[in-house]
Each structure stands twice: as C-alpha cells, then as structure tokens.
Design a protein around this ligand. Structure first.
Ligand SMILES: Cc1cc2nc3c(=O)[nH]c(=O)nc-3n(C[C@H](O)[C@H](O)[C@H](O)COP(=O)(O)OP(=O)(O)OC[C@H]3O[C@@H](n4cnc5c(N)ncnc54)[C@H](O)[C@@H]3O)c2cc1C
Length: 435
C-alpha cells in the first residue's frame, strides 16, 4: 500500500500543525503523521502555554514578540470555525523579577531595540500591585533540604519588568486542534495512531517514509517535528551528519496548587518569571496557580535516554522544591495535602535554542529542540519554516545565504541562520527554559 504527499510532517503537536497550516497556504499537499490519537496529545498538551518575550537574544525576543499578535488575532489568523471552539488568549501580562541571574539586563536591551512595550516597576509598585508577594530577595535558588532554604532575608528585590502584552493560551491542545482544522480547510491531512518507522532515501534525497504497519508514503519533503523523539527520527533519516547542535529529552514537572483564598489570582494574577527562587508561575482557572521550574543550578537535570519510557509521576521532592519556592514568594499560599501536576519531556537542544533548519539530506527539514519554550512561537515557526522550505525547494542555498523572513505583524526581519543546525553553541543563552 502506498500514498503520496507534497510534504510529510512527522508529528502533530502545535508546531507540526502550524507548519502544516502555513505550507497548505502555499499550495503544498501536507500529511501530518502522529502515533498518538489526536493533534496536540504529546508534550504540547502538558505545556503551560505561556506567551512572553523575555529571551536572552535579539532573535529570541523578536520571534516571541511577533507571536503575541498571532494569539491576539487567533480567530482571524485561522479563518476557520472549529466544532470544539477556539483556544483563548489570556492577556494577564508578565512580571520578570529582577534577580541575581541578570536575565532582565539582557532582556531590557532587546526590548528597547525591538520596541516591546514594558514598564519598570520599583519594589513598592510591585508590592502595591501584588500585595500577596514577599518582595525579599532569596537568590540563589535552593532546594528545600538546604538548611538555609527558609532563612529570613534582609535584601529586597531590585524591582520587576512588566510586559502588558504577554499572557498564556488557556488550552494548548485545543489551539493545536484549531491549527489542524485550519490546515484541513486548505487541503492538509492528518494520520493518527501511525508510527513513522523508516525514512526512505535515494541518492542523498529523501523519498518518503514508511509506517510501522507497512504503509509507504512518498514525499519529496519530510519535516521532523517529532518533539522529544526528534533525535531518534533524525537518526532514522541519516540526518544527524553535519549537525553541530543536537537534541535530547529532558524530564520536567509542572505543579498545580490553589491560590491564596483572599486573592483572586484568576482575575488579578500576573504570570511571573521568578529567577530569584528558580520558578515561574501563572494563573490557572478555578483560582489556581501553575508552577514550573526555571532550571536553577541546584536542581539536577533529568535527562531521559528513552522518550517512550520515563517516570510520569509527580515526585515528592520536585513538588516540594517548586511549591515551597512559591510559598517563599507568596507566604499565604495554602500548601495542599495532595500533590497535583503533570510530567512531560522537553526536546532540549545543546544551547536551549531551537533548530529551525534544513539538513544535509535534501528534502529533510527540522523544527526541533524547542527546549520547553516554543509553544508561544508555534504560529511564527509555521510561517518561517514554510518560507524556508519553499525557498530551499526552489533552489535557495540556505546554508550559504540564510533565509530571512519578514514578520507579518511586527515587520521585523528574522534571520533563520540564527537557528542553524551548524551554529556554534550560543554562549548568550540562559541555558534554561528562558532560552
Ligand atoms: C511541561 C512543559 C511545559 C511547557 N511550558 C511552555 C510554556 O509555558 N510556554 C511555551 O512557549 N512553551 C512551553 N513548553 C514547550 C512547548 O510545549 C513545546 O515547545 C511545543 O509544544 C512543541 O510542539 P511540537 O509540535 O514540536 O511537538 P510535540 O508536542 O512534542 O509533539 C511531537 C509529536 O511527534 C509525535 N511523534 C514523535 N515521533 C514519532 C514517530 N516516529 N511517528 C509518529 N509520530 C511521532 C509525538 O507523538 C508527538 O505528538 C512546555 C513544554 C513542556 C513539556
């Protein structure tokens, strides 16, 4: 049995679906293949879906800032109905606490260059707007078994950077389904419960993929958007040759706790990036708070050898680390008896910056290494990857002369060479989820 497509996309997470939507608009007949039963069922479904612009590099900030507009313009961008409804952009703003990480200093320079709207808040303004916060500085982050974890602090945070345009998407899986419906409206197809088990090549060029059930799909273009399986899938295609940056799965926990009862965090909460204690947190429906980790040095990184087999349970140790860190920032936080949360994998690159690129195998492309921070950029990545693929397929030498893409909303020029597989490890990266 065989089938044909102009472009096969391995993976139907939010980025795989976004690439499909953009390629179909260029006239490509796309086919997304995913081993799971529906779009966005993998790591995308566990995403906190935070949309914020504080990255370490100009390119990172520019791409994320462009992303704000897609989420605000979601129904118009999609141009289709979805019987399940549309995901909503919750524009709660972001507080980047000024901390010993120095991340805010890098970020502010780029905000000024690019024109990201922001306000610098003093500690007094922070206390006024977020009266439940303890504004003492606790840096460096510690683990609860450190004897100094609960030490009183005499130091105050220097202040915070507030960006009013940021927020989060209320349902990351639904956002992916929305993109699927938009791609389908332009002729894209999706095949679920199907595992890509082989990549066929001929004379240095990809010919198509073979599924575990034997179905062969011929396609001159195949895009690896396999998330934490990205390196395995690249190996299948013989595409790791010539890559200076690689990817590997990293286990991560996100925890879910009730907010203090005397503060409506749903209505008045702000997403907060707290490098001072090593966490980030955002409002969640039902007056709850989601807590993720900013990967402080004291937390051991949990690299995973096999992305199909890892511990999917919330652990007592990491739950305590993240929840107690939040309790330092919000002392009135009720500590629940039950541990709730999700565990999933980041597809982490060596420098925590994605690889959006072609490969040394003609026709093989990749949108991988999203390092726990690219949900927000999915529609932008759809746009830039479709441009890159189309230009390379029409003869452009991207390795010699990197493709540049003009952003739809901000008009900024994104240089795709920044995301090259052949780059040197970027020393300016935060080497954390902040990118
Ligand atoms: C816990 C957590 C919190 C996060 N929080 C945020 C956040 O707040 N903000 C943000 O911007 N980003 C966040 N991210 C990152 C963001 O969710 C990801 O970057 C994004 O979802 C990646 O989408 P994707 O399309 O690349 O792939 P994924 O969602 O990883 O999907 C890949 C798909 O490929 C399929 N696949 C793999 N191999 C094969 C194969 N051989 N055959 C068929 N199918 C295959 C899988 O089944 C899977 O569905 C978070 C990630 C995690 C895990």
């Amino acid at each position: 049995m065989s089938r044909k497509a102009d472009a096969v996309i391995i993976g139907a997470g939010v980025i795989g679906a976004a690439i499909a939507y953009e390629l179909t608009q260029k006239g490509y007949k796309t086919l997304n293949i995913d081993k799971l039963p529906a779009s966005g069922y993998g790591p995308t479904s566990a995403s906190c879906a935070i949309v914020r612009a504080h990255y370490s590099s100009w390119d990172g900030v520019a791409m994320a800032y462009e992303g704000f507009s897609y989420w605000k313009d979601w129904p118009e961008y999609l141009g289709v109905e979805d019987e399940s409804g549309l995901a909503k952009y919750m524009n709660c703003g972001t507080l980047l606490l000024e901390s010993g990480t120095g991340h805010h200093e890098k970020v502010l320079k780029h905000y000024r260059d690019i024109g990201v709207e922001f306000e610098e808040w003093t500690t007094e303004q922070l206390e006024e707007r977020m009266p439940i916060f303890d504004t003492h500085a606790f840096y460096p982050p510690r683990r609860p078994d450190d004897p100094h974890f609960w030490d009183q602090s005499e130091r105050q945070l220097p202040g915070a950077v507030y960006t009013p345009g940021s927020g989060y998407v209320n349902d990351p899986q639904l956002a992916t389904h929305n993109l699927q419906r938009a791609a389908e409206a332009h002729g894209g197809e999706f095949l679920f419960r199907s595992i890509v088990s082989d990549v066929r090549r001929d004379n240095g060029r990809v010919k198509g993929v073979t599924l575990a059930d034997g179905l062969q799909i011929d396609a001159p273009v195949v895009v690896n958007v396999a998330g934490p399986h990205s390196d395995i899938v690249n190996e299948m295609a013989g595409a790791t040759e010539g890559m200076n940056v690689r990817t590997k799965p990293l286990r991560h926990e996100v925890h879910h706790v009730p907010a203090p009862p005397d503060f409506d965090y749903d209505a008045n909460g702000i997403h907060c990036s707290d490098g001072d204690t090593g966490i980030y947190f955002r409002p969640e429906s039902g007056n709850h708070i989601l807590i993720g980790s900013e990967d402080p040095d004291c937390d051991e990184r949990q690299w995973v050898d096999d992305p199909d087999h890892y511990d999917r349970h919330v652990t007592e140790k990491q739950w305590e680390a993240q929840v107690y860190r939040l309790a330092r920032r919000i002392p009135s936080l009720p500590i629940p008896n039950q541990r709730k949360g999700v565990v999933d994998l980041y597809d982490c690159s060596d420098d925590w910056i994605p690889i959006y690129d072609k490969s040394d195998v003609d026709g093989w492309y990749m949108a991988i290494g999203t390092s726990g921070n690219q949900f927000k950029n999915a529609p932008v990545v759809g746009h830039v990857m479709a441009e890159l693929i189309d230009r390379v397929e029409n003869g452009h030498d991207h390795d010699a002369d990197p493709v540049k893409v003009k952003c739809r909303y901000t008009g900024l020029d994104l240089d795709m060479g920044f995301y090259s597989r052949k780059r040197e490890i970027n020393p300016d990266s935060s080497f954390s989820v902040n990118g």
